[in-house]
Write a protein that binds this ligand. Sequence first.
Ligand code: MRU
Length: 383
Amino acid sequence: MCDASGVDVEGVHHRTIWRDGEGLVRAIDQRRLPFAFEIVTIPTAEAMATAIADMTVRGAGLIGAAAGYGMALAATEASREGSSTTDVHRRLAAKAEVLRASRPTAVNLAWAVDRQLAALASIDDADELVAHAWATAEAIAEEDAAACEAIGRHGLPLLAAIHERTGRPVNVLTHCNAGWLAFVDFGTATAPIYAAHDAGIPVHVWVDETRPRNQGARLTAWELGQHGVPHTLVADNAGGHLMQHGQVDLVITGTDRTSASGDVANKIGTYLKALAAHDNDVPFYVALPSSTFDWSLLDGVGGTPIESRHADEVLRMEGVGPDGDVVGVRIAPEGTPAANHAFDVTPARLVTGLISERGICPATREGIAALYPDLAGAPAGGA
Ligand code: MRU
């Protein structure tokens, strides 16, 4: 069992998801941040699927860890409900499909479900099945945190070199939230930023608000504030202007699915930032753990499943009213048709490099395969 440990929230260490001393799966409710910091209990596999779909838990790495715990809950339920070994596995497979269907774009979800199914496939004994499912869930969570920490170490020299060259604070632009809230701990895009800040390298972060759900404004700004990293919130469309005027030294984003050839799916709007970075010779890096590679995908632009979410997320916004209450407001004429494409794909040619737990590589099939000779060419998701 894993205790809550990791990142400071007002002086107390937290991970985004964990199993507590009573065996309950607990998570930070990200729908409530930054207005309230609340922990929820996720009691069943079905509730986990709902928590992923409604974004109580969100962000590629965290979705993967949540699916790992969801499968442990599923194994516990299936072993209780099943009338025979075959029936237990049949029930487990059905619950796995419910989890798998909860969100389509982050490949970490399918990766974690498949990893659990593979780990449990040959286990007949119900107690052993349950114990192994929980151990695998903990392993997925631990590996996610360790990968993010390593990404911080590998990305740090990029920021250090810029500071050495310019002698001034390093200006990083990031999109969405690929911080510790999007993983179990540390984050990906923010990990080199935290590492640089902690090493005494002055860093300033331009935080894209990231419409429609405002993960930048709500989550990244909150995280950076908690850690004491200087940052400025900007409207989504400001990035090109900032780059044109030399105010961005590098862009670092996360990703929900990166093809074996280096095409990067990430929060809607990432592609536009990459185009602006390319036009202004600003390095554009993407940070990811190996669980976010889709090894079976070569054409990320054509082949990535792009989530379409409810139009209300575009038509409405939530914030704090004058009396301190959290309120939702409509921001368009009543009845306005709206489309909500949640992700886009940045072609590999616009990506300067990929920062992974094994180091930095070019966003090319060859570059990725050289870093991951054991995984490139394997079925979706890696090992
Ligand atoms: O819709 P979300 O909030 O789950 O999307 C998150 C992002 O797009 C992040 O940038 C992404 O997951 C990459 S880093 C985990």
